[in-house]
Design a protein around this ligand. Structure first.
Ligand SMILES: [Zn+2]
Length: 314
């Protein structure tokens, strides 16, 4: 029996509160989990996250930033930035559990118990900077995952592919001087947060290890397929990663209210198969994917379903 594809998630990811009407809502968890329970192939294995720790957060974030989020996570909702980023009761614990989910996923994949994994969690992370929350994101979960791979598992070349609708400015910034992490982002441009031009290619020792692929409004499956064939796959293969992380946002879906892109579930499945191929060519398939955005609840559920089935090679 081959090792399974695993889904690391927990109902408690619904506990992080946001104001009524906010797109990054607990419903993203409460509506998606039952749908996946009833529709996913039984071969996909559901796994609960282990605990996250402050030490993991400290591998990316300043102590001041960690304390600020913790202190904001008390008895009422607090606005943390101008980008609609809130914390309230349970936010800090939920964000810690998110870190626990990615490290659990990594440990299972690294040990060979799982072929690959998807961590279905919130809040998202890719806008969070080392010293500040931003854009619905409290801590940069995928960045913590990369540092964990380096420190605990001795990985030397980590690929982060980010296909969220938005540019992952936080992830780019954290690794822009780091040649051990190749950051590739496809995102609608121009759009929030405004970064992610092709001219941003990394700095210092990290020059050449950031690849931004801005997509024009209206782009869909065909444009993404072309970007993968012409840019993403050649860069990823040349890098020869020893682990692949995916910042999997599903807000580039055509039904999503936050953007103007036109991806379908099939498009997400196709990108999943393509990046799974990179992992299979270079690192025995080792890949952990992490949920970022995706705000149209029905489209989010269908897209995650398609993503997991493609991770499992269906
Ligand atoms: Zn997004």
């Amino acid at each position: 029996m081959p090792s399974p594809t695993i889904l690391v998630t927990h109902p408690d990811f619904a506990l992080h509160p946001t104001p009524r009407g906010h797109p990054e809502s607990p419903e993203r968890i409460t509506a998606t989990l039952p749908l996946l329970r009833s529709s996913l192939p039984k071969t996909i294995c559901w796994v609960e996250p282990g605990p996250g720790t402050r030490d993991l957060l400290r591998s990316v974030h300043t102590e001041g930033h960690i304390r600020r989020v913790e202190e904001a996570s008390r008895d009422r909702l607090v606005l943390l930035d101008q980008g609609d980023t809130y914390a309230g009761p349970h936010s800090f614990d939920t964000a810690l559990l998110a870190v626990g989910a990615v490290t659990t996923a990594i440990d299972r994949v690294a040990s060979g118990e799982a072929t690959n994994a998807f961590a279905l969690l919130r809040p998202p992370g890719h806008h969070a900077r080392a010293n500040a929350p931003m854009g619905f994101c409290l801590f940069n979960t995928v960045a913590v995952a990369a540092r964990y791979l380096q420190r605990k598992h001795g990985c030397r070349r980590i690929l982060i592919l980010d296909w969220d609708l938005h540019h992952g400015n936080g992830t780019q910034e954290i690794f822009e001087e780091d040649a051990s992490v190749l950051y590739i982002s496809l995102h609608e441009h121009p759009l929030y947060p405004g970064t992610g031009s092709t001219l941003e290619q990394g700095r210092g020792e990290g020059e050449g290890f950031t690849l931004n692929l801005p997509m024009e409004p209206g782009s869909g499956d065909a444009e993404y397929r072309a970007a993968f064939e012409e840019k993403v796959l050649p860069a990823a293969d040349a890098f020869e990663p020893d682990f692949v992380l995916v910042s999997a946002g599903f807000d580039a879906h055509r039904d999503d209210p936050l953007g103007n892109l036109q991806l379908s579930e099939d498009g997400f499945a196709e990108m999943t198969r393509a990046i799974r191929g990179v992992a299979e060519r270079h690192c025995q398939g080792k890949l952990v994917s992490v949920l970022e955005g995706g705000y149209q609840i029905a489209a989010l559920g269908r897209s995650i379903h398609a993503h997991l089935c493609a991770l499992e090679n269906r």
